[in-house]
Every structure is written in structure tokens, then in C-alpha cells.
Design a protein around this ligand. Structure first.
Ligand SMILES: CC(C)(COP(=O)(O)OP(=O)(O)OC[C@H]1O[C@@H](n2cnc3c(N)ncnc32)[C@H](O)[C@@H]1OP(=O)(O)O)[C@@H](O)C(=O)NCCC(=O)NCCS
Length: 186
């Protein structure tokens, strides 16, 4: 359902785990992450050498509207997760979250970004393709239970992001899009 995208993006904290888990179970029935997985991922956001970056989108009413997670090492990064609360989907928030994550990866010096997506997850695949991810191969039975296949995708992160939706492209009479847009237009 379309919903306003005026959510505030901020780092995920431990107190977000519980509301995120409730949405996680609704969005990923059968293979939802456990509390321990989120605690472990958030531990990677801290310390002298962080390896993770987790962000939540907080709606005006304080509820969690969505979240993303990035794992990074050297010049390579992986999209660990991205999700938008069911009632907030199709309003542009997934795009905002992905662009925020990809912008962060660029600032971290990553030159390639990988992800896995269920082969039957058309909406997520379209989102990734729009942002320059290309298919690399299929991992058979990657998602258990259910034995669903994963499509592995890679983004050449030396390439700029496409202009954000709603913004005119250069040459179309509008303002040229920045090569590394910041997407925190909350
Ligand atoms: C995949 C997911 C994160 C996308 O989030 P989203 O907020 O729905 O994404 P967006 O709104 O930015 O874009 C989705 C669609 O809405 C459209 N859209 C974007 N802004 C819009 C707006 N203001 N009004 C209407 N539609 C809009 C987009 O064009 C896009 O269309 P498409 O699906 O036909 O390509 C979300 O569907 C989700 O959480 N799915 C379940 C979890 C999941 O599968 N995660 C990915 C695991 S790999």
C-alpha cells in the first residue's frame, strides 16, 4: 500500500530488534532471522573496525517502516537485508533505503556490491536491476525451508547510481543528477 516516504533514516539500535523481528516474521515467513542474528549483526556495527551498517526508517509515529543491512570488507560489500513494512510498500521507501545503503557503500570505498534474492521475488529484483545490479548466477536451494533458489547479483560500484525517481535526467532540461546522491531527504 502506498504510504508517505517521509520516514527518518537512522542507525538501527538494539531496541529496534523487537519491532523489526515482528515485521521480519510477517515479511519472511519460514526463514525469518532470529533475534540472535540481529544481535550479532548489530555487534558488527560497533568497535574499532566495523563490518556492518544497519539502518532503520522510522515513521512519524515512531514505528519501524523499514530497514537495511550492509556487510563490508575492503572494496566489497553485501546487501544483508532490505525490507519495508507491508503497509508502507510501493511508496518509494525501499528505493530510498537501497540508495542510502549504496551511497554508504560508496563512501566506504566499496567498488562492488553483491546480494542474493529469491528468483521469484520480482519486486525486489526490479528494484535491484533499476540500481545497476546484474545477475551473476543461481544458487539452487539457497533458501531453506522451501528449497527456493537464489539469484546472485553484483553491482559494479565504480558506476554512479541512476538519478533518484522523479528527478529529471541530464539532457532532459533538468538539474544534472549527482554521481553519488545522498538520499536522506526526510
Ligand atoms: C522489496 C521491497 C524492499 C521494496 O520496497 P518498496 O518500498 O515497496 O519499494 P519502492 O516503493 O521503492 O518500489 C517498489 C515499487 O513501487 C513503485 N513506487 C515507487 N515510488 C512510488 C510512489 N511514490 N507511488 C507509487 N508507486 C511507487 C516503484 O516504481 C516500484 O514499482 P515496481 O515494483 O513495479 O518496480 C519491499 O517490497 C519488501 O520489503 N518486500 C519484502 C521483503 C523482501 O522481499 N526484501 C528483499 C529481500 S532480497
Amino acid at each position: 500500500m502506498t504510504a508517505p516516504t517521509g520516514a527518518r533514516l537512522r542507525p538501527m539500535r538494539w531496541w529496534d530488534i523487537e519491532p523489526v523481528l515482528a515485521l521480519e516474521r510477517a515479511l519472511f515467513p519460514g526463514d525469518a532471522w532470529t533475534p540472535g542474528m540481529f544481535w550479532s549483526e548489530l555487534a558488527g556495527c560497533a568497535g574499532p573496525v566495523p563490518t556492518r551498517r544497519y539502518t532503520v526508517a522510522e515513521a512519524a509515529d515512531g514505528s519501524i517502516a523499514g530497514w537495511t543491512g550492509l556487510a563490508f570488507a575492503g572494496e566489497s560489500a553485501d546487501v544483508q537485508t532490505i525490507a519495508v513494512a507491508p503497509r508502507r510498500q510501493a511508496g518509494g521507501l525501499g528505493t530510498r533505503l537501497l540508495r542510502d545503503l549504496l551511497t554508504a557503500a560508496a563512501h566506504l570505498g566499496c567498488r562492488e556490491v553483491f546480494l542474493e534474492v529469491r528468483t521469484d521475488n520480482d519486486r525486489a529484483r526490479r528494484l535491484y536491476e533499476r540500481h545497476g545490479f546484474e545477475p551473476m548466477g543461481v544458487r539452487r536451494g539457497y533458501y531453506q525451508p522451501g528449497n527456493h533458489d537464489a539469484l546472485v547479483m553484483r553491482r559494479d560500484h565504480t558506476r554512479p547510481l541512476p538519478p533518484p525517481p522523479g528527478r529529471q535526467t541530464p539532457g532532459a532540461g533538468g538539474t544534472p543528477a549527482p554521481s553519488a546522491p545522498t538520499d536522506r531527504e526526510a
